[in-house]
Design a protein around this ligand. Structure first.
Ligand code: ACO
Ligand code: ZN
Length: 165
């Protein structure tokens, strides 16, 4: 009888700390055109620490997710006002992709936004050309609510995607 030794990529997800922000900023700059100054990361970490997560592989940070919760009309139920869990930025370094890290970061951040900050829904913007990310979000139950014309600095449109919490 054979036992197939399947390589199981091991990663862990944990809450970010201020010490992680340099590497988070570095990953953000390396893989996304939407970059932010340090104070922007710090502000999210201080205000929504339970929903700012990093993924580690072999003791190294390889991805992050940064969120905030806003109060406004919901995208999923426009007649209702509520708490909107905004996924502001998600990224995984190239070498660590397609191992489930993006999915795990999303799921844990969504749980945290609901359990700690009372989110009624989750939403995000994504480039209309960003097929990997759009697929990931669709798999997690997000639907396109609308197209935001020229949302990005280079003129590309965004999909506003959302789902109930
Ligand atoms: N092509 C097609 N589908 C893909 C791809 C790809 N290259 N990558 C992910 N997917 C889809 C697949 O359906 C995949 O499931 P499968 O592997 O079982 O087929 C599913 O997404 C889940 O993939 P994960 O392994 O969980 O995702 P990963 O860890 O690779 O991270 C991410 C996905 C975050 C989009 C990564 O590709 C990345 O960092 N990209 C660059 C930065 C970026 O685009 N971030 C999102 C911007 S939008 C925002 O921040 C709100
Ligand atoms: Zn946004």
């Amino acid at each position: 009888m054979y036992l197939l030794a399947q390589e199981q990529p091991k990663f862990t997800i944990r809450e970010a700390s201020e010490e992680d922000l340099n590497i988070v900023m570095y990953i953000n700059k390396t893989v996304l055109p939407e970059n932010y100054p340090m104070f922007y990361f710090k502000m999210h970490l201080r205000n929504f620490p339970k929903a700012f997560l990093v993924a580690e592989m072999d003791g190294k940070v390889v991805g992050y997710i940064m969120c905030r919760v806003e109060f406004d009309n919901l995208y999923t139920q426009p007649e209702r006002v509520g708490k909107k869990g905004h996924i502001v930025s998600l990224a995984v370094i190239k070498e660590a992709r397609r191992k489930g890290i993006g999915t795990a970061l999303m799921k844990k951040a969504m749980d945290a936004m609901k359990n700690f900050y009372g989110a009624d829904e989750y939403y995000l913007e994504v480039r209309v050309s960003n097929e990997p990310a759009i697929r990931l979000y669709k798999k997690l139950g997000f639907k396109v609510i609308k197209v935001i014309k020229g949302y990005y600095l280079d003129g590309e449109d965004a999909y506003l995607m959302a789902r109930l919490a």
